[in-house]
Design a protein around this ligand. Structure first.
Ligand code: ADP
Ligand code: ZN
Ligand code: ZN
Length: 756
């Protein structure tokens, strides 16, 4: 053991082990020889545990105070050379995420440090002339005499322009000179072989100076406000509520240009599914190679290189899905979040963070503070509520700048279809319109809403839906003829007769994309149909391929799930049919109404993007439901007012906060016993104003033989929920140490947006 001198330096280190048991910093001595090299954020190797196995860890704090008996403190063994050090800010952000969402510190650190494992740099080799031209020319003639053809070819190229460098691969490829020959010539001092490391650049689109547009008065007002606030030292959150095509992206670009002039950087978050090549191209035209992109198709080395380019100041802008938030820029000026309502901004793995909240937290942590700009055609209830209460600044963009009119929307009542004997999944009106469009060679999109888990039970005659009397969410059908609430566990048996109208057409709602495809072929044998769903988009590029085939008019009809409603422009589409609007309405989830409104509005927005007028048909059993009514009128405010009243009544976010405690159990009995015990424990805490519901089986109650159940706690005060979580964490740690957590896993999800 190394003795500790008086002025010793200690490092508090988070060890890279994903286990609750070691979720705290361990203290190590920084040895004299490493003092200059270790700083907060360093990745180091330390002896850990009884066997003193070397483990990696991150230094989160340096101190001169020993927390343990000095003689028992071990010393850091080395700096981990294969991992890049973290920025101090990343450590603070990880701590915030850990506290806010509940996870281990190492899981939080790994979230904020994506792609930090050092990758081999991409190397380019070049060949150039080393010998003076006169001598080289003499040697060239010698090669001709001696019939050294390969050398002759290479020298001829080099002598044509003695300053030139030729890429190594061109010499071995096009010029067909063997690498042994190149080596021999280099050994003789005739040529140079130079190696240069470059960062991989995933996209190459050239900058184009003519791409600036004169902003409209409304657009300019947004840019002016954001920038003048910034100049006055005010860092705010801005919400742009504007329909697709109203010019939001153009506003983002202008704001970024101003921010770059101030030598700051910009992060642009766009959900991966909405990040089209067209959008990317627009950014590259403006920012050239000062912009880069992050997405899931990049290789590990490509991702690593983008992080390095950002760190070294080689780029000013990064575009990507939620992980782009963790790009290590030196000084972020603005974070932009397009389609801020998208559920993909919420992580589904621990820590279950929401990119919007993390963006706002990060904006406060960066050296000079950053502005945050959110944009959406259908803002999340959270953001619009904050805009209403003055926490965010709200802007509206109401006009579509590219022409094209808003489509005609018709709501078809499926109960009437049944009454008049039509049992097809297509209403009469939809059938007529499909026929008409096929004749005119215009395109059709048929959208089936599969967002909710199918399984709610309704009456096909009157539209009645079986709902939980306590939670006002639809009950789901489970095997054995039971209807179950996924929040509180309420159960009732399935009835064969509708309690409202007495009809016997009571059934679980099921329909799929394949069924629709077949129905189209049956009714319209001449139609060419493309189908897009999880099955047809398994391979990496199939998604783009289907969309471009449709854009190239290789099909009349595109049938698909919510995947087809995002972002893409098809000017020849003049009819959009939404076949089962109810599906998402009755997902057993308090966000069902919001999700339905968003999906219907987006789907409707697909029609009439070109010159020709578009029509939209929404088929539903619940034509009077406010989500459907307001989406048909494209009236966001009316929707918001209804929805916020419902959230308020039942204490759902954003009117309160909700913490889901998700439980996985290998044995069902054990899981139920544990969950009940957990509930009792929470009740014993006697937290004022906390409403505890459950335990109940999850929407998917069993996956891979693990039983899933959840307890929900609703409370106005987020900090209060964190307090409860912290107490549960301590208790879980104790249970883990006692070996009582075998076969049980617990995760937390704050303000969940994805069903469980
Ligand atoms: P959004 O991001 O809201 O969907 P965009 O910024 O993509 O909207 O704008 C929609 C279309 O209008 C684009 O083709 C864009 O080039 C064009 N556009 C945006 N602003 C202007 C403007 N001020 N003048 C002319 N065209 C504009
Ligand atoms: Zn009925
Ligand atoms: Zn319930």
């Amino acid at each position: 053991m190394i003795g500790c001198p008086e002025n010793a330096l200690y490092a508090n280190i988070i060890i890279d082990i994903s286990h609750e048991k070691v979720d705290r910093p361990f203290q190590y001595l920084v040895p004299q020889e490493l003092r200059d090299k270790v700083s907060v954020g360093s990745c180091v190797e330390v002896p850990f545990g009884k066997g003193n196995t070397l483990r990696k860890g991150f230094v989160i704090e340096l101190t001169d105070k020993a927390e343990y008996d000095r003689d028992r403190i071990k010393a850091i063994a080395a700096i981990a050379l294969d991992i890049n050090p973290a920025q101090e800010m990343s450590i603070r952000l990880a701590a915030w995420i850990r506290q806010h969402y509940g996870s281990t510190m190492i899981a939080a650190l790994k979230t904020v440090l994506p792609a930090n494992k050092k990758q081999k740099a991409l190397q380019y080799k070049y060949i150039s002339l080393k010998m003076p031209v006169r001598e080289a020319t003499e040697y060239y003639y010698e090669c001709i005499r001696k019939k050294y053809y390969a050398r002759e070819r290479l020298l001829k190229e080099l002598l044509e322009d003695p300053e030139e460098r030729i890429q190594y691969e061109i010499v071995t490829g096009k010029l067909n000179v063997a690498s042994q020959t190149i080596k021999a010539m280099s050994d003789k001092g005739i040529i140079n072989i130079e190696t240069e490391s470059v960062y991989r650049n995933p996209v190459s689109i050239k900058k184009d100076e003519d791409s600036d547009k004169k902003l409209s008065i409304e657009q300019q007002a947004i840019v002016d406000t954001v920038i003048s606030d910034y100049d006055e030292g005010k860092r705010d959150v801005y919400l742009i509520h504007g329909i697709t095509g109203s010019g939001k992206t153009e506003v983002y670009i202008s704001i970024i240009k101003e921010i770059i002039k101030k030598k700051k950087q910009a992060i642009v978050l766009i959900p991966e599914i909405a990040l089209t090549y067209q959008t990317l191209k627009r950014f590259y035209r403006h920012f050239g190679d000062r912009v880069s992109v992050m997405n899931s198709t990049l290789s590990v080395s490509e991702k690593y290189d983008q992080m390095q380019r950002a760190k070294n100041g080689e780029i000013d802008v990064i575009i990507g899905p939620r992980s782009a938030l963790f790009t290590p820029f030196p000084n972020i000026g603005v974070i932009i979040m397009d389609e801020e309502h998208e559920t993909s901004y919420k992580s589904e793995t621990m820590p279950k963070y929401h990119a919007r909240e993390v963006a706002i937290a990060l904006a406060k942590m960066v050296p000079e503070g950053a502005s945050v700009v959110l944009g959406s055609a259908t803002p999340s209830l959270e953001s619009y509520y904050k805009a209403q209460t003055g926490e965010y600044q709200l802007f509206k963009l109401n006009r579509r700048l590219t022409g094209g009119t808003l489509p005609n929307v018709e709501v078809v009542d499926l109960r009437d279809e049944l009454k008049s004997g039509n049992r097809s999944i297509f209403s009469r009106s939809l059938q007529e319109k499909i026929e008409d469009r096929l004749q005119k060679h215009e395109q059709i999109m048929l959208f089936i809403n599969r967002r909710g888990l199918a399984g709610f039970v309704s009456c096909r005659s009157c539209g009645y839906v079986f709902k939980c009397p306590h939670c006002d969410v639809p009950l789901s059908e489970h095997r054995g003829g039971k209807l179950v609430c996924h929040y509180c566990g309420y159960e009732q048996s399935v009835t064969k007769i509708c309690p409202k109208c007495g009809s016997k057409y009571v059934s679980a709602f099921r329909a799929g994309t394949e069924q629709i495809e077949n129905e189209v072929y049956k009714l319209f044998p001449q139609a060419k149909v493309l189908r897009m769903d999880a099955d047809t988009t398994k391979t990496k590029h199939s998604y783009e391929e289907i969309l471009s085939a449709f854009a190239n008019m290789q099909a009349d009809v595109l049938v698909g799930t919510q995947m087809i409603v995002k972002g893409h422009d098809f000017p020849n589409v003049t009819l959009v049919g939404i076949l089962a609007a109810d599906m998402s309405l009755y997902a057993s989830d308090y966000r069902a109404g919001e999700r339905t409104f968003q999906l219907l509005t987006q789907a409707a927005g697909r029609a009439g993007r070109g010159e020709k007028e578009g029509s939209v048909i929404i088929q539903t059993y619940q034509p009077e439901h406010y989500s459907i009514q307001t989406a048909a009128k494209q009236d966001y405010i009316a929707f918001y007012n209804e929805e916020i009243a419902y959230r308020k009544l039942l204490m759902y976010p954003p009117m309160a906060h909700m913490m889901a405690i998700q439980i996985w159990a290998r044995s069902e009995d054990n899981g139920i016993a544990f969950a009940n015990y957990l509930r009792a424990l929470i009740e014993r805490m006697k937290v004022k104003d906390a409403v505890v519901i459950g335990p109940a089986a999850a929407a998917i109650s069993r996956i891979k033989d693990e039983y899933r159940m959840a307890i929900y706690i609703k409370m106005k005060d987020y900090e209060g929920l964190i307090g409860i979580r912290e107490k549960i964490d301590l208790w879980l740690e104790k249970m883990t140490n006692d070996g009582r957590m075998t076969g049980l896993t617990v995760q937390f999800d704050f303000d969940p947006v994805n069903g469980f």
